[in-house]
Design a protein around this ligand. Structure first.
Ligand SMILES: [Zn+2]
Length: 282
């Protein structure tokens, strides 16, 4: 596939997409920035601060009023272009909160955009109008603690909460498996027609797709419980057994997800740890 970098693709009336040139093992072909609206637009996940991408976004906006620049969360592949785009268009940054810092040690690692600031933060259920139609925040913590999806008509812009090409990375301390599962359940109870994720193809069977993601995580949890019931195991031992033939670049992320599962299981008193070693609760 020739990825359509720096081009506006009109996916349906009121939904345009511009792909940023930041492909990686975590971003697939890159971050997909969405333009919502027709006469005026909202920009969802402006993406990385790359001159070519900002130029493409300005061309796609084509001088239309920009109602808001909206970020689903503040990973570096999503939010850094918000500030320069706000400068170029005069639009406000409205959407997710900056990442909250814990009292003991930062929750953020190098993948977070620490410079992100919102002119207005949207809480769950709060909306702004674009072209007279609401864009509503749906709080979906899990991938990150500040993650929002945005509902526009019967389409849901899912950021990294639900992706179209791979399962979502949930890495502690900011990533939280129990929150992620609750946020998947929240989507399962909605009636969205289509998901537009920040990475990968649109999801045209949302209910079924989300059920599949929930099933996948429950399967993974069961697998981890079985492994630690056999013998005490470290995270790398669990990854080696649970993710055979994994792309080596993804091993740290898999370790993070296993850790997120273990912390959740520990809270539920199903596993115990001693040093680096995890075992089934006695
Ligand atoms: Zn992310």
């Amino acid at each position: 596939m020739d990825a359509p970098y720096a081009k506006l693709e009109q996916l349906e009336s009121g939904v345009g997409r511009v792909l940023a040139h930041n492909p990686s093992a975590f971003t697939y072909y890159g971050t997909q920035t969405y333009l919502l609206g027709t006469r005026e637009v909202a920009v969802v996940d402006p993406g990385p601060d790359l001159p070519e991408h900002l130029e493409a976004l300005e061309a796609a906006i084509g001088g239309r009023p920009v109602a808001a620049i909206m970020c689903t969360h503040t990973h570096r592949d999503h939010s850094p272009a918000a500030r320069p785009l706000a400068g170029a268009t005069g639009a406000a940054i409205i959407g997710c909160a900056p990442l909250a810092l814990e009292t003991v040690g930062p929750r953020a690692d190098a993948s977070f955009d620490g410079d992100y600031r919102a002119d207005r933060e949207l809480a769950d259920g709060e909306a702004i109008a674009v072209d007279g139609k609401p864009v509503t925040a749906v709080a979906t913590p899990g991938h990150t603690s500040n993650h929002l999806c945005f509902a526009y008509g019967d389409a849901l812009f899912t950021g990294d909460h639900v992706m179209g090409w791979s399962t979502t990375v949930v890495v502690p301390p900011d990533g939280d498996m129990a929150a992620y599962m609750a946020s998947l359940d929240k989507l399962r109870q909605r009636g969205d027609r289509i998901y537009y994720p920040a990475h990968g193809a649109p999801v045209t069977n949302p209910r079924q797709y989300v059920r599949g993601l929930i099933g996948h995580r429950m399967q993974r949890e069961k697998q981890i419980l079985t492994l630690v019931a056999e013998q005490p195991r470290t995270i790398s031992d669990i990854v080696a057994n649970a993710y055979p033939a994994l792309d080596p670049r993804l091993v740290p992320a898999a370790g993070g997800s296993v850790f997120a599962h273990l912390l959740d299981l520990e809270k539920r008193a199903l596993v115990e740890r001693e040093g680096d070693s995890w075992t089934a609760a006695s």
